[in-house]
Design a protein around this ligand. Structure first.
Ligand code: THU
Length: 150
């Protein structure tokens, strides 16, 4: 059941990756956030000519959910990525897992929602698929409690 839900999320992320703005790396990433009511909010990586300003797909998806007032409702996130072709498709065998900064951002959502967010990661060719919990990818996280919040 969990794997099915994860694979559905990853496919929503793949669809989102079609809109990746990645003219510098040519590496497209899609992310799909599952909310408590079953709705899905997606994001893609969003690069910039000033390279260091680029945003990851996971960050965009979570910020988008937050902008809809849904930061506390995040239950899971699916991530997929690979070489981005001109037609918007991605390819490759490598499993894409959230970068360090995205793990910290996922932790913020996990903390606020009180959920050890499920993270489903896949390779573009579907050969690799893994499930993690937020606390596994970022153990001993710095979070709101360290600032005396809640
Ligand atoms: N990227 C993501 O969107 N998410 C990750 O977790 C890893 C990396 C993006 C950033 C950049 O646009 C491209 O992938 C290559 O690093």
């Amino acid at each position: 059941m969990r794997e099915v839900a994860g694979r559905v999320l990853v496919e929503a992320a793949r669809e989102a990756a079609r809109h990746a703005h990645a003219p510098y790396s040519h590496f497209g990433v899609g992310a799909a956030v599952l909310l408590a009511d079953g709705s899905v909010v997606t994001g893609t990586n969003f690069e910039n000519a000033s390279y260091g300003l680029s945003l990851c797909a996971e960050t965009v998806a979570i910020a988008s959910a937050s902008a809809q007032g849904r930061l506390r409702d995040i239950a899971a996130i699916g991530v997929i990525g690979g070489a981005l072709a001109k037609d918007g498709t991605i390819s490759g065998q490598g499993l894409v897992t959230p970068c360090g900064r995205c793990r910290q951002i996922i932790n913020e959502a996990a903390d606020l929602s009180g959920t050890n967010v499920d993270i489903y990661c896949a390779s573009a060719d579907g050969s690799a698929f893994r499930h993690f919990r937020a606390s596994e990818l970022l153990p001993h996280a710095f979070g709101p409690a360290d600032l005396g919040i809640r």
